[in-house]
Design a protein around this ligand. Structure first.
Ligand SMILES: [Zn+2]
Length: 140
């Protein structure tokens, strides 16, 4: 390996209580938020599995005291929040371009730790820069 290790201060490895996840989700994502939902496997587990481009139709809540879930349009059952991604490009416009640092494809969130962990709260600075450069050269 020739590349230096990256230091990531944004990661939190402590498991989170479901009520905390729900409270944060509801604070950020009101009913009707555009999302991509994965009723089966997440794309990093099975890229062929079903995905829904939809929007939420409920607030998030804790199901059975242990799982944070939300309901989305077009799917009858609730889906775990771990299987519902808010529309990335709405939150992170830079996701529209591939990431030079972690090699995430356009439309995919950045990853850390060799791709094993999705960065849900930010994107790499190099990607933001690449996006800004693309905006300057690609639009006129
Ligand atoms: Zn990245």
């Amino acid at each position: 390996m020739t590349s230096p290790p990256t230091i990531d201060n944004q990661e939190h490895f402590m498991p989170e209580r479901p009520a905390t996840t729900v409270a944060r989700w509801n604070g950020l994502h009101p009913i009707g938020t555009p999302v991509t939902a994965y009723p089966g496997c997440r794309p990093e587990d099975d890229s062929e599995d079903e995905r829904l481009t939809t929007r939420t139709r409920s607030k998030a809540e804790v199901l059975g005291g242990h799982t944070a879930v939300v309901w989305v349009e077009g799917h009858g059952a609730c889906i775990a929040l771990t299987h519902v991604d808010p529309d990335h490009t709405a939150r992170f416009p830079a996701v529209a371009v591939p990431c030079p640092t972690c090699q995430s494809a356009a439309g995919q969130l950045c990853t850390s730790h060799g791709g094993s962990r999705t960065r849900r709260h930010d994107v790499h600075q190099t990607r933001t820069a690449a996006f800004a450069a693309a905006q300057q050269t690609g639009e006129n």
